[in-house]
Design a protein around this ligand. Structure first.
Ligand code: UDP
Length: 231
């Protein structure tokens, strides 16, 4: 079938007028696609982890674009108009945040912190403040307020979900879309878009293993899937 769009980790295929099929690839990129590689089995893990988390969030009142899993690597979702924002929620300092403010990775923040970046590959997804989002018309005030409230709720729900599975949720990235005037949680929620540390060992169990060449990348993705499905 004709592709609608191919991104770094996923391919979108048109389905009905209202729906898309998302195919999850094994290709991995980091540092604005300067680093590229393959994580065998990643597509299957990300599809299943995302599907499970979307179902869990829906069951707790979060509206998402997710409809159903259609194969190991594919899900069906509602078509939405993606807001050009990456919404990041942080519980502990890590990655670009730890570097920007010169704090040790793992430092617990006084309260969960919501940050936004502008989705733009040529600009390298620069940090953007809420006032600039409104000034540029990237989202309306009511939409941004809903995005923030939903992100904090998703954070609490996911932190509990992973804590029950021996994983510490450090931070994550969400994307939202608009459909018929409604804001829906979209994109994916997977070890590509979260930082998860094993509660016992403190070892990263996410894409940082690939970013930092820590080894055991495939194994970490499989272990996250196993714990998410509680096998
Ligand atoms: N993240 C993401 N896509 C991006 C940038 C970040 O999914 O383009 C996720 C990342 O995996 C982490 C969180 O968002 O869980 C915060 O990432 P950070 O801003 O620290 O950036 P990074 O260090 O990944 O560049």
């Amino acid at each position: 079938m004709e592709k609608l769009y191919e991104g770094k980790a996923k391919v979108l295929f048109p389905e009905g007028p209202d729906t898309l099929r998302v195919y999850f690839k094994d290709e991995a990129t980091a540092f604005n696609a300067q680093k590229r590689g393959l994580i065998p089995g990643k597509g299957v893990v990300n599809n299943k982890v995302s599907a499970t988390l979307f179902r869990y969030l829906e069951a707790h009142g979060v509206k998402t674009h997710f409809l159903e899993e259609v194969s190991d690597r594919e899900m069906r979702v509602l078509r939405v108009e993606i807001l050009p924002l990456e919404v990041i929620l942080r519980f502990r300092a890590a990655g670009s945040f730890a570097k920007r403010y010169g704090v040790k990775e793992g430092t617990l923040l006084r309260a969960p912190l919501v940050e936004y970046s502008l989705k733009s590959d040529p600009l390298g997804d620069p940090l953007i403040c809420p006032e600039a989002i409104l000034a540029l018309g990237l989202a309306a005030e009511e939409e941004l307020s809903q995005v923030r409230t939903t992100t904090l709720k998703v954070g609490e729900l996911l932190r509990d979900f992973f804590a029950q599975r021996g994983l510490d949720l450090i931070d994550f990235k969400l994307e939202f879309g608009k459909r018929q005037g409604e804001i829906l949680l979209a994109d994916e929620i997977s070890p590509d878009t979260m930082r998860l540390w094993d509660q016992k060992t403190g070892e990263p169990m996410d894409k940082d293993r690939f970013r930092k060449d820590l080894g055991g990348v495939e194994e970490a993705y499989q272990e996250v899937l196993r714990r998410v499905l509680r096998e």
